[in-house]
Design a protein around this ligand. Structure first.
Ligand code: NDP
Ligand code: 2IT
Length: 448
């Protein structure tokens, strides 16, 4: 983690010291600070007013015990978190992740990235994230319900439609949001848009389910068009087989691409004929089975154990949609060697810093998650708008707004990269454009 700028270097050291043993958070902060050096050099006010020191310190961290009873009557204890990182431009907004790997450092990195992502959407939403080390895998519906109700019994004290609006992320989909919304409504005696990703019968928005994956493809399509390319006829490798991966696969296919891979934490499938998405939806959304089961009805496809092998499959476009740091340097080199010309991140911080360097050095179009996957949270903000208006837009209306948001976002990011002398560097573009709106709001408030 080297910096040209000594102020940035000292700030990074301070972040590492004050947040020990949180490598994902350090990585996320480092990536932003190294992009911002030219901005603070041109505008010393951000340093003089302490904006960067404020920005790396969450406004509030909530950490709590979540007791629940399993189907055998045994008491289980998990940890719950909500990191309310920045409310500079709107209520804290960001998903909840339920996964055994969750600890404070993961939630902090996600909440930090969310500040810039949410700013890039152009909508009035601040940055937050939460979750638990609860593992929904293998749990019965009743166990998931008891966990979600207990989680919300504590979290409800700290959130609200104008304060903090959580949503889904890994391990949190429609079922979990339903249980949590029901519990919030009971405890607060209010029917408000306190969560997004709600079911369509109780205040959810059309397109929210599809939004992250669709938005990822809209962003990628804009990025490709700028260099005279497109999805049409391209071979696409996608990792993951959850919410983001499924709808990225759907839209990439609609745009003329052929998606040949999907994965889960056990392994990946390779279907050279193009993935049969209706089968994957049935397996993953309805039956909650493993991706290897795809071969039962598609025996011509191949299945390999382990996740990282998915990046060895030759492709033109790679869309990582599983989890952080899923593309390391070796995987990045394999992608480049096999002729991949574009990587756009559906997952947050999909690539290690070494992998990003490989892509940028090789001239691969590379879009970081905080820009490319912003369609999910943007549509959450549209859900909030509809809830505030007590109104409901059609699928076409929301999809059209999402498409416009992703096109504007791409232009904004690409314009900021060009303005700061690094055209095509979407990491710098996203960090700079996301930062300026938040930082200028903080300046307006005075001491923050
Ligand atoms: P889901 O829980 O629906 O799906 C997650 C997928 O990724 C599953 O296939 C899962 O496999 C796999 N996965 C999760 N953790 C790991 C791991 N440690 N190693 C390998 N594979 C793993 O989550 P989403 O699709 O919602 O989220 C995917 C990514 O997209 C995350 O990084 C999330 O932060 C990001 N994102 C999500 C948004 C949303 O709206 N949902 C918005 C923007 C970004 P398995 O089933 O085996 O665990
Ligand atoms: O990472 C993300 O942007 C999300 N998980 C979605 C957040 C949201 O509030 O919709």
């Amino acid at each position: 983690m080297h910096f040209q700028n000594s102020y940035m270097s000292e700030l990074m050291e301070r972040v590492i010291k004050r947040n020990p043993a949180e490598p994902e958070f350090h990585q996320a902060v480092w990536e932003v600070l190294q992009s911002l050096a030219p901005v603070v050099t041109a505008h010393p006010k951000y340093i003089n007013e302490g904006i960067l020191e404020s920005l790396v310190e969450p406004e509030r961290i909530i950490k709590f015990r979540v007791p629940w009873e399993d189907d055998n009557g045994k008491v289980q204890i998990n940890r719950g978190f909500r990191v309310q990182f920045s409310s500079a431009i709107g209520p804290y907004k960001g998903g909840l992740r339920f996964h055994p790997s969750v600890y404070e450092g993961i939630i902090k990195f996600l909440a930090f990235e969310q500040i810039f992502k949410n700013s890039l959407t152009g909508l009035p939403i601040g940055g937050g994230k939460g979750g638990s080390d609860f593992d929904p895998k293998g749990k019965s519906d009743n166990e998931v319900r008891r966990f979600c109700q207990s989680f919300m019994s504590e979290l409800f004290k700290y959130i609200g439609p104008d304060t903090d609006v959580p949503a889904g992320d890994i391990g949190v989909g429609g079922r979990e949001i339903g249980y949590m919304f029901g519990q919030y409504k009971r405890l607060s005696n209010e029917f408000t848009g306190v969560l997004t990703g709600k079911g369509l019968t109780y205040g959810g928005s059309l397109v929210r389910t599809e939004a992250t994956g669709y938005g990822l493809c809209y962003f990628t399509d804009n990025m490709l068009k700028d260099v005279g390319k497109g999805f049409d006829g391209a071979t696409v490798a996608i990792s993951g087989s959850g919410n983001v991966a499924i709808y990225a696969c759907e839209k990439a296919t609609q745009l003329g691409g052929k998606v040949v891979t999907l994965s889960d934490s056990n392994g990946f499938i390779y279907d050279k004929n193009g993935v049969d998405l209706s089968c994957v939806k049935q397996l993953k959304e309805v039956e909650r089975k493993r991706i290897r089961e795809y071969l039962v009805s598609h025996p011509h496809a191949e299945y390999y154990e382990g996740c990282s092998g998915v990046w060895q499959i030759p492709c033109d476009i790679a869309l990582p949609c599983a989890t952080q740091n899923e593309i390391d340097e070796a995987s990045a080199k394999a992608l480049v060697k096999n002729g991949c010309f574009a990587v756009a991140e559906g997952s947050n911080m999909s690539s290690t810093p070494q992998a990003v360097e490989v892509f940028q050095t090789a001239g691969v179009l590379y879009a970081p998650g905080k820009a490319a996957n912003a369609g999910g949270v943007a549509t959450s903000a549209l859900e909030m708008s509809q809830n505030s208006m007590r109104y409901f837009w059609s699928f076409e209306e929301v999809d059209c707004k999402l498409r416009t948001i992703m096109t504007d976002l791409y232009r904004n990011v690409s314009g900021a990269a060009a303005e700061y002398g690094v055209p095509g560097d979407f990491v710098t573009g996203a960090n700079v454009a996301g930062f300026l709106k938040v930082a200028d709001s903080m300046l307006a408030y005075g001491l923050v």
